[in-house]
Design a protein around this ligand. Structure first.
Ligand code: XMP
Length: 511
């Protein structure tokens, strides 16, 4: 195990993912976690992440000096590197030149274990306004750039390493190699964290935990819950019942498609129950336009439907949820990032839910790892590589109040958009794409008539981890074709807009 200590930087999850790509398991903890607790995890190495603060300012996130005296290898990245120097007696100040973006770094010590297999000159990703002006006693400078005298430093005797740039970002050409060098060579991790062992261990753990108990699983048809359900079915077979709530906020025909795969006629033995709860959700959402409130209503109603279903089934000891690691961290539960949106499935469980325990078998996995687990479990590729769909569904792709009519509009527009992207053969190249309904109506002309109708927004983003994203450059012909079809085929839409905002400052979804 490698522990990543989170100081609130935007690439922190990437650090964890890169470490896992070296087949080394790692977890993220807040910098507020006490050293004793971290030590009890018996990590083979610790990585301190970047963060938005200046370590010399009062009240800035810090960590006890004892961490660096514990004998556990420590790698500090950006803020983490500055903090290491600051705490150990070096000097950190505002840099005369702020470095941002791709920068050439020159390695001064080629025998540094961190730079093994890295050329003397390599490109790295810089993003800092403070810099290390003097290294702490015992440290040696191992790399520099034009404007930054200490791009990396180390005290190999104490196993302490500091890197000013971001090896976790793919723009750092040899970044993955550097992290590999740290976790596999310096920390001596064996690198045996793999998906087949994850599946095997999980099945075993679930069996042990569940015993003869009955298990209820929330199946949405998305990648996460499908993988969770199949994993559970492999572990406890007949004891599992899967409930699929059609909340009326799914994509066009999605309810039937989910039923076709997981229902009685499908290939799995899941005790599948479909609940058609559309009307209930629409009623609860009537008149509500505030995004967080909509999310809460949908989440709570979901839980109630389950509760009712569970009662019908009889005593149920366990509830399965498809929560994955980014959900946990982005909701501010595991890490330091502020709450941007309250994610469906996480932290929103009201106390009155009457299950003995919640099982979240994917809680420690990133999305691409969930997909690998899915393939390992033999789930068909078209399901495994499905694009993500948020728990609250179209509820957060309709800006403002949700009505049955608006759901129909966005379902149809979205279906056309997806169809044309598939036809153009570019589906796999885009991270996520969908249509949303803006709450705006505008004037148009159709035939000789004036229209006053809705505007549909199209979104397509490329992203590695869904924490940051760029708008995808869709071919103009595809956009034109989609626009013309939506306007001609979907009633009450007279305008189509393409969203070119990146994340940040936008988010991927509209609410
Ligand atoms: P945002 O809009 O926060 O979305 O940039 C990032 C990714 O998360 C998905 N998303 C959700 N997934 N429950 C989910 O399971 C949710 O409540 C939720 N909200 C957003 C979104 O589709 C994107 O992939």
């Amino acid at each position: 195990l490698v522990v990543v200590i989170d100081f609130g930087g935007q690439y922190n999850q990437l650090v964890a993912r890169r470490v896992r790509e070296c087949n080394v398991y790692c977890e993220i903890y807040s910098y507020k976690t006490e050293l004793e607790k971290i030590k009890a995890l018996r990590p083979k190495g610790i990585i301190l992440t970047g963060g938005p603060n200046s370590c010399y300012e009062e009240g800035a996130p810090t960590y006890t000096r004892e961490l660096f005296e514990s004998g556990i290898p420590v790698l500090g990245l950006c803020y983490g590197a500055q903090l290491m120097m600051h705490v150990l007696g070096g000097k950190v100040e505002k840099a005369p030149v702020r470095e941002y973006g791709k920068t050439e770094v020159r390695i001064d010590r080629e025998d540094s274990p961190i730079f093994s297999e890295v050329e003397a000159s390599t490109i790295c990703w810089m993003s800092h306004f403070d810099y290390i002006s003097k290294v702490a006693p015992g440290f040696e400078i191992t790399a520099h750039t034009k404007d930054c005298p200490v791009a990396a430093a180390e005290d190999a005797d104490r196993n302490l390493y500091a890197i000013q740039f971001h090896p976790e970002v793919l723009h750092t050409e040899k970044g993955t190699q550097m992290l590999w060098n740290f976790v596999r060579k310096v920390c001596d991790c064996s690198g045996d964290w793999k998906m087949d062992s994850f599946v095997r261990d999980s099945v075993e753990q679930i069996r042990k935990k569940v015993g003869n108990g009955r298990v209820l699983c929330a199946l949405s048809g998305g990648v996460d819950s499908s993988v969770a359900a199949v994993l559970l079915s492999k572990a406890v077979g007949e004891q599992l019942t899967c409930v699929f709530v059609d909340h009326g906020l799914l994509r066009k025909d999605e309810g039937d498609e989910v039923e076709a795969v997981f229902g009685e006629k499908g290939q799995y033995d899941l005790n599948f129950i479909r609940v058609n709860a559309q009307e209930r959700f629409y009623q609860k959402l009537a008149g509500v336009s505030e995004p967080e409130q909509k999310r809460k209503i949908i989440g709570e109603e979901f839980i109630r439907v389950f509760e009712e279903e569970a009662k019908k089934i009889g005593a149920v000891e366990f509830l399965v949820q498809g929560t994955i690691y980014p959900d946990v961290v982005e909701s501010g539960v595991g890490g330091e990032s502020v709450v941007i949106k309250s994610h469906h499935n996480v932290g929103g469980l009201p106390d009155y839910v009457d299950f003995k325990e919640i099982i979240e078998p994917l809680r420690d996995l990133f999305k691409d790892e969930v997909r690998k687990a899915g393939l390992e479990l033999g789930i068909p590729e078209h399901l495994v590589f499905r694009q993500p769909f948020p728990g609250p569904g179209l509820g957060i792709r309709i800006i403002g109040e949700v009505t049955a009519e608006k759901v129909r509009i966005v379902q149809e527009a979205d279906a056309i958009y997806r169809e044309e992207i598939a036809k153009a053969g570019i589906a796999r190249e885009i991270g996520q794409y969908f249509a949303a309904l803006t709450n705006m109506r505008s004037v148009g002309v159709m035939g000789d008539e004036r229209t006053y109708d809705y505007a549909v927004a199209l979104r397509a983003v490329n992203t590695i981890d869904f924490m940051t994203a760029e708008a995808a450059e869709l071919p103009w012909e595809v956009l034109q074709k989609v626009t013309s079809r939506i306007i001609n085929e979907v009633n009450h839409v007279n305008r189509v807009l393409y969203d070119v905002t990146s994340k940040p400052p936008g988010t991927i979804e509209f609410e």
